[in-house]
Design a protein around this ligand. Structure first.
Ligand SMILES: Cc1cc2nc3c(=O)[nH]c(=O)nc-3n(C[C@H](O)[C@H](O)[C@H](O)COP(=O)(O)OP(=O)(O)OC[C@H]3O[C@@H](n4cnc5c(N)ncnc54)[C@H](O)[C@@H]3O)c2cc1C
Length: 395
């Protein structure tokens, strides 16, 4: 288990605090983390300055090896960076699927050449990745995927369709599951990588209920993929995909609780519902439900810290990530439902001058709140994993 002395950490904390205050553009202070794929594709000048600074420092991926430009620090140091960012009203601008799931998987399964090629641009935040897993006939039952990769000697020729591919219209690269043996369901899948600019790759955006088009249908027609972009062994992709999905769930489980929140339920309630003579939120039932939701959020954070500690000790937390994902989703959905309730008739706005920026954000957050119980493996599928792997129930 890694252990760092308190004195080392306090020196490091000072160094981090100083560096953030020297480099973080004040115009970005206390902004909600602009980590949506669209925001990352069209950054402002200051957001670019901040991304480049954190990317060059390697602190956006603090525990990854220095060989790829990352910082090679311990988890304790990484936590200090996160705490100091929050304290300064700053955020980690290095993110996306490359950081959340593909990078950690490549560290484990990639060749030396693949790591040297792909990890440095992820560390710097130069390239975004998209995930070509789901297909029209293969979502929860991912192992039924049909997109084919035919062996053509020095390359594969990929044909098929992916769907719900987040950020495909803006990503530079795709990690994609393909069928390399049609006769073996589980042992006939491989993981390949290709640039999104390859001829034959076409991303068509799909409109979401909240008005954004953050994901796409992805059509692949005679896409040439060089054989050196096969990750792991031929037909050995299913085990790698499962590992990658664990990284995804772990990242999603923590995704909304660490970011600077765009609004506070307490402040909204004080403004829209009013306060009693004691200065408390006037409606006691609502007050209790806000407190319950905040408590659940805090309990979740403590459990996440415990899970991280258990993972450091070598414990198997793979099924726990399913529990954490569902718990985080429920807490976040309850939060957006409460926010809508607090706003009353101001909580039905879509656009226009009669609604403030915050009111519109609440509505769109509420609508987007439906997505987390589907992406990264649906809520029911996580319950299946929990019942089998944690409760030991028959499948
Ligand atoms: C916002 C968003 C972003 C996404 N981004 C990506 C991406 O970047 N890349 C990518 O590859 N995919 C992405 N997905 C797809 C996502 O992984 C799938 O939607 C998800 O796995 C569910 O698959 P499906 O939509 O085909 O639903 P289905 O698998 O058809 O499921 C339909 C319903 O049946 C239930 N169900 C299915 N099987 C079982 C079972 N065995 N037991 C109990 N209930 C079951 C499900 O819970 C669900 O309610 C994204 C999805 C969303 C919503």
């Amino acid at each position: 288990m890694e252990h760092v002395g308190a004195a080392d950490l306090s020196d490091f904390r000072e160094e981090v605090g100083r560096w953030i205050s020297d480099n973080f553009p004040v115009s970005l202070k206390n902004m909600a983390n602009p980590m949506s794929r669209e925001a990352m594709a069209f950054p402002t000048e200051d957001q670019e300055i901040w991304r480049k600074a954190m990317g060059a420092k390697g602190w956006g991926t603090p525990t990854w090896p220095t060989a790829y430009g990352a910082a090679g620090l311990t988890r304790d140091h990484a936590r200090v960076i996160q705490q100091e960012l929050l304290r300064a009203g700053a955020y980690n601008p290095i993110g996306g699927m490359g950081v959340m799931m593909f990078g950690p998987t490549l560290l484990e399964y990639g060749t030396a050449a693949q790591k040297a090629q792909h990890l440095p641009p992820i560390v710097r935040g130069d390239f975004q990745w998209c995930q070509g897993f789901s297909e029209p006939g293969a979502g929860s039952d991912l192992v039924s995927l049909q997109t084919r990769a035919d062996d053509k000697g020095d390359h594969f020729l990929v044909n098929g369709q992916k769907t719900w591919t987040s950020g495909a219209q803006w990503a530079e690269w795709c990690f994609c599951l393909v069928r390399t043996n049609p006769h073996d369901k589980y042992n006939g899948i491989s993981l390949v990588l290709f640039p999104m600019s390859t001829p034959g790759v076409e991303a068509r955006p799909i409109k979401l209920i909240n008005g954004n088009s953050s994901f796409c249908e992805l059509f692949l027609t005679d896409v040439k993929v060089s054989k050196d972009q096969l990750v792991g062994s031929l037909n050995g992709g299913w085990a790698i995909a499962k590992r990658l999905l664990q990284h995804e769930r772990t990242a999603l489980a923590g995704s909304t609780t660490t970011a600077v929140e765009a609004y506070s339920l307490r402040e909204l309630a004080r403004k829209y519902v009013g306060t009693d003579a004691g200065g408390r939120i006037a409606n006691p039932d609502l007050r209790a439900r806000i407190v319950a939701n905040e408590m659940e959020g805090r309990i979740f954070k403590q459990t996440a810290l415990r899970a991280t500690a258990e993972a450091k000790e070598g414990g198997d937390v793979s099924a726990l990530s399913s529990m954490m994902k569902n718990a985080n989703t429920r807490q976040m959905q309850q939060r957006t439902e409460l926010a809508i309730e607090i706003l009353g008739h101001q909580g039905i706005g879509w656009e226009g001058d009669s609604f403030s920026e915050t009111e519109l954000t609440v509505v769109r957050d509420f609508l987007y709140g439906k997505a987390p119980s589907i992406y990264g493996g649906s809520q029911e599928v996580q319950y299946n994993i929990i019942s089998k792997r944690i409760l030991g129930l028959p499948s």
